[in-house]
Ligand binder design. Structure first.
Ligand SMILES: Cc1cc2nc3c(=O)[nH]c(=O)nc-3n(C[C@H](O)[C@H](O)[C@H](O)COP(=O)(O)O)c2cc1C
Length: 216
């Protein structure tokens, strides 16, 4: 199974990057093929409808779309900003949501966050689910919020707290098993009959959706 992993933070010392790197390592050990991306690769301007009409998606959004198209599942670690979704990530979702077909549709997503605060960024994750689900992503019910993240890692990048480390491993294993099952219907390497069914589902969703009108 193909997994795209990234932290939605540009900061050099990002705690979320440390967390997603750890999660990506767990996924690799479970035989997933992992593309660990740097969010700098998805640099893009603020969403502007005129720019979209005149020039289409900017290069950073196209790069994210290409890598989403490749993936069956996503591991995304994102900071909580002011109790909510990080604006940088929301902007990336907004741009890519204008592509057709919407590249998030049918992708399994596991959300993580890391924060020095006692809440670990969980409030931001609840907000982050909303636009992703609006774009048709299948966001896993469990989410992993790492509190006191500035003190949580050892020098090898592992979690010092063994109970937390075990919870991450278990949740991620459950996510990867479900994502693998879903990928046989919605993934990039499905047999032609299932691809045809997926196209029918996608077309029906596009017709029904008020939020995601057809392009053009
Ligand atoms: C604009 C801004 C708003 C923030 N708001 C919150 C918040 O609401 N809750 C929280 O736990 N941390 C908040 N923080 C602290 C971040 O969790 C912390 O900077 C974290 O390390 C950012 O993630 P990163 O290390 O991956 O860049 C905020 C930080 C910034 C810059």
């Amino acid at each position: 199974m193909k997994v795209l992993a990234f932290a939605a933070s540009l900061r050099r010392a990002s705690l979320n990057r440390r967390l997603v790197t750890l999660a990506a390592g767990i996924a690799k050990r479970q035989q997933a093929e992992v593309d660990l991306a740097d969010f700098h690769a998805f640099d893009m301007p603020l969403y502007d409808g005129d720019l979209n009409d005149d020039e289409g998606l900017p290069e950073g959004a196209l790069e994210l779309k290409r890598r989403l198209d490749w993936a069956d599942a996503l591991l995304i670690a994102t900071p909580e900003y002011n109790y909510s979704i990080a604006g940088t990530f929301k902007n990336a979702i907004d741009w890519t949501s204008r592509a057709r077909p919407v590249p998030w549709r049918g992708k399994s997503v596991y959300l993580l966050s890391a924060s020095p605060s006692p809440m670990g960024g969980i409030r931001g994750l609840w907000q982050t689910r909303i636009p992703l689900e609006g774009c048709g992503a299948l966001v896993f019910p469990d989410m992993f919020a790492l509190a006191f993240a500035d003190k949580a890692f050892d020098e090898k990048g592992q979690l010092k707290d063994q109970m937390l480390a075990e919870r991450l491993r278990k949740e991620l294993t459950g996510f990867l098993r479900l994502a693998d099952a879903v990928s046989h219907i919605c993934g990039s390497e499905t047999p032609s009959e299932e691809r045809r069914r997926k196209a029918q589902i996608t077309a029906a969703l596009e017709e029904e959706s008020e939020i995601q009108p057809a392009a053009g």
